[in-house]
Design a protein around this ligand. Structure first.
Ligand SMILES: C[S@@+](CC[C@H](N)C(=O)[O-])C[C@H]1O[C@@H](n2cnc3c(N)ncnc32)[C@H](O)[C@@H]1O
Length: 510
């Protein structure tokens, strides 16, 4: 008996063959037949036979078929299904396929429908030597019968990875495209060149398989230096031409047009890591704040933030996010060039009117049980209000523009010139920490990357910093240098966050 497993799906947005055709001799739907077995249910060779009706692109479908013989246990009494299912599962006689119920229906010759349990592939309905003692016993008792079964696994069954590894032509050392980022309802692909001929197919399957995705785009070029606001050129592959997204991060909600501002969901852990370093009541200046993924969550933690970005749309989005997330008492957006912002904000903050934010605790009302059993509402003694006075000097600067942020560091030279009396050792106030993001070549020796980063920082601030200037290093521990590996952007490009305390020689330079 032959049963088959099929994948069928219409390529609704199938483009004319020339469009999809890669430069080689195959089209995405040809040549796939020679592929080795896909690790599917039967682990036997699978044939992929493209079927098409010329001139009718919408009805074109791909059928992945697989020869295998399956058997099922026809159950005579519906009331016994659950018990038999458990029994056959315990003897490992059931077919164990992920995402597939072992309970199926079969049509009898008289048209009636009967429940059946799918049996393991090695159990043949016409070969009793393959049956377990339990199956033999249940058949002999007349509880069930073993019958052939044609299983059809439709497109809906298979995962994106399974479909792609079955239908994309195999390429040496090349994995099925994976690891996409989702921003709101938009799935953002960055397909490598060899997958471009299949981009519509990939996008369509991805959209089908991710219910929260409405739009799939592909980055067409790198975020190059031509993109001042770190946005990127993209093409719409599938779905609505609408990039107005709603994105959540660290319990904050952002609404923005993804085509017009920078957002990277992969930075969430890094945003969180840095925000955790800031203390409530501290003052943070985010120099290249984007739409506020550091600033708005920090505001929620009652940290004062002046959040700046040169992108006017980023500024608008941040204003919206500040209101939406109710952090206006703590977060103030600015729309300036980063260098001007560093120079002007320190002075502006020194001269600004004091700001005090008082947070009243939420009243907690509890019910007290009276002697007669009834309850009387009782207000608990109030916790004291929390009062936050905005500092007049900055505790932390954040600079996340990794391609060029280091170049802005010269703005810190003399940032607190003439203000020595405000800081250590005259007071307990420390000079600001700077957290500057950068890329480095990802050499095999991490120390080389750190030396390179220190040299670039030193050049801009006019003061020598070395990797030894860590708190536990052998250099100047007052610098509190820490260089953190954020993520590997590409095999030769690592993103770092270098944190250091501005040396007095730099901050007070005349
Ligand atoms: C890599 S994004 C980082 C955004 C945000 N901090 C984040 O972590 O998602 C860099 C930001 O720098 C902004 N930018 C670029 N040039 C700038 C400049 N000269 N001054 C201030 N901001 C700038 C861009 O608009 C962009 O929003």
């Amino acid at each position: 008996m032959r049963s088959s497993q099929l994948i069928r799906f219409p390529l609704k947005h199938y483009k004319p063959p020339g469009y999809l055709k890669p430069p080689g001799n195959y089209s995405p739907l040809d040549g796939v037949e020679e592929r080795p077995a896909h690790p599917g249910p039967s682990r036997t060779a699978r044939h992929v036979s493209p079927t098409s009706q010329p001139g009718n692109a919408d009805s074109r479908s791909i059928i992945l078929s697989q020869d295998c013989s399956l058997s099922s246990a026809k159950i005579f009494k519906n009331s016994e299904i659950s018990r038999l299912r458990k029994e056959l599962a315990s003897t490992k006689d059931l077919l164990a396929l992920p995402r597939l119920s072992s309970v199926q229906e079969i049509k009898e010759q008289d048209g009636s429908v009967r429940k059946a349990l799918l049996l393991r592939e090695t159990l043949k309905h016409d070969d009793k030597s393959t049956w377990s003692p339990t199956v033999t016993e249940l058949v002999e008792k007349g509880t069930m019968a073993v019958a052939p079964f044609d299983l059809t696994l439709e497109y809906d069954y298979w995962s994106y990875a399974e479909i792609m590894s079955a239908i994309l032509p195999e390429q040496e050392n090349v994995e099925v495209p994976q690891g996409f980022t989702q921003v709101g309802h938009v799935l953002h692909l960055n397909l490598r060149e060899h997958w471009l001929p299949f981009k519509y197919l990939i996008a369509e399957v991805l959209k089908d398989k991710n219910p929260t995705v409405r739009t799939v785009i592909n980055k067409t070029e790198d975020v190059g230096s031509q993109s001042q606001f770190r946005t990127f050129p993209f093409e719409l592959l599938v779905g609505d031409n609408d990039l107005n997204v709603v994105q959540h991060e660290q319990d904050c909600e952002f609404h923005f047009d993804y085509a017009r501002v920078y957002w990277n969901s992969r930075l969430e852990t890094e945003h969180r890591r840095l925000v955790e370093k800031f203390q409530p009541g501290q003052m943070v200046c985010d120099v290249m704040a984007g739409v506020g993924p550091f600033a708005v969550p920090a505001g929620k933690k009652r940290i004062f933030v002046w959040a700046n970005d040169l992108n006017p749309h980023g500024y608008e989005v941040m204003e919206d996010a500040v209101q939406r997330n109710k952090v206006a008492d703590f977060v103030t957006p600015f729309n300036k060039d980063g260098r001007d912002f560093i120079r002007e904000s320190a002075k502006q903050l020194l001269e600004a009117e004091p700001v005090t934010v008082t947070i009243q605790p939420k009243a907690r009302r509890e019910k007290k049980r009276k002697a007669d059993g009834s309850q009387e509402p009782q207000t608990q003694p109030q916790a004291p209000a929390q009062v936050y006075n905005r500092p007049s000097v900055v505790d932390h600067y954040v600079m996340n523009l990794p391609a060029t942020a280091i170049e802005f560091l010269d703005a810190f030279q003399g940032v607190y010139a003439g203000q020595e009396a405000r800081f250590e050792p005259q007071t307990s106030q420390k000079l600001p920490m700077v957290h500057v993001y950068c890329f480095s070549g990802h050499s095999d020796n991490e120390l080389d990357d750190h030396v390179d980063i220190c040299e670039r920082i030193s050049e801009r601030i006019g003061y020598k910093i070395t990797p030894e200037d860590r708190v536990d290093g052998s250099g100047n521990s007052a610098i509190e240098l820490a260089i953190y590996n954020v993520r590997l952007v590409s095999p030769k490009k690592q993103m770092f966050c270098a944190s250091f305390r501005i040396p007095p020689e730099v901050a007070f330079r005349k």
